[in-house]
Design a protein around this ligand. Sequence first.
Ligand code: OOG
Ligand code: NI
Length: 467
Amino acid sequence: MSVELTPPHELRAAFARAMSRRYAEEVPAYQTLVDVCLAINTEAVESGAYDGSVGSVGRITEERHGAIRVGSPAELHDVARLFGVLGMHPVGFYDLREAAARSVPVVSTAFRPVDPEDLDRNAFRVFTSMLVPADRRFFDAETQREIEARVAVRELLPPGLREQLNAAEQRGGVPVDEAEAFVALAVRTFELDREPLDAAFYDHLAAISSVAADIGAEPGTHINHLTPRVLDIDELYARMQALGITMIDRIQGPPRWDGPLVLLRQTSFRALDEVRAVRLPDGRVEQRPLRVRFGEVEARGVALTLEGRRRYDELLAAVDLELAETPGASYQPLAAPRFAAALPADQRGLAREGLAYHHYRPGRPVSDTDGSATSIDALLAGGNLDVQPIVYEDFLPKSAAGIFQSNLTSDGTRREADGMHQDAGTLAEAMQREVLDPYALYAAQQRASRHVALEALGLDPAQVAGA
Ligand code: OOG
Ligand code: NI
């Protein structure tokens, strides 16, 4: 007898929708954000301002990323198993301990679908950070021990979910008639716990880093934010402010400029006070406003190659330096002309310089007299190949650091000491699964589309330079 299994993308879509409903109940301004995004996206499509190049409207409107934080390798393993059943795989390694100016003692990866068709069905992703209590720049030995002891005895998964994960891994999926119950348990995993927090330990960790307190002094994990995707983030920023919602001082990532949107632009509004119960050292329970969560929104553009990324990072560093040296200067007007000077003004230009990843399509047929069929660059120049951007599906450490920091109530503390070395391998070992390289994923997708396009033009990919 065989049971019918739910396709992972359906589970993922159901999970993303249920999370979105739950988060709207917990953080009401989030619903305002989603409504404004939907209005802007609908207008962009109806007016023809959006050409469809960075994803279908259905995908963009449903798209969200979440952020969660866990306390140990074992907890990372648990969430990796849960996301695995939803068709989400760990991609990329981010060391926020290095990227952030303030105290952010975590390393991260992002769980997401990796196949292009799967991404288009539902692109839900979760930026997942793990606390590093062994890092002496932040934690002394006693604090490390205390965090590890508390994290070791807590259980992130609600009762029943571990058994469901075991069964799903064994059967290769979740039976259709169990999908709803599975999704409900998955959502519960990321709800805010209501048990009183230990005030003394919370304050001890908060003095080191609010992020550490949010992880190590909580009884479980919770979604920190849920981020919709918008087609015009400048318009979104203006409309949210007009609605009286105070946004952080700017949009992070590349500026708005005349050329194509590269990578990712993000902005957010400040964490809202949420009343939480805390237990004082004398045993009394008191209500306290805590600021840990907030609203974020993003616009996604074309994925950059390593070379493109190097150029982008250099540009950003130069702009930052100039900003620091120029009193009264602001990011957008300063950065926009620098980007225009340093990057090609259209997708074809980005493709020809090898700066971004594209989906290739056959263009004008190749004629015998063309003489252009020898390289990808010549075929692009001759209009024999057309390109569509491959959407950037990942995150930016600098923006992520900015998002973490906009969320902190103080600088926290960091000493000079040896940091605990962490890399993609450390996370892979904890999760018992490979951390995928985002560049390799984009490159494989580009290569496959080039081969199909070349064959459609009657060319042998093996004979075309750069294919
Ligand atoms: C995650 C911050 C990173 C982003 O969009 O870059 C992030 C967090 O605050 O836990 O979500
Ligand atoms: Ni985020």
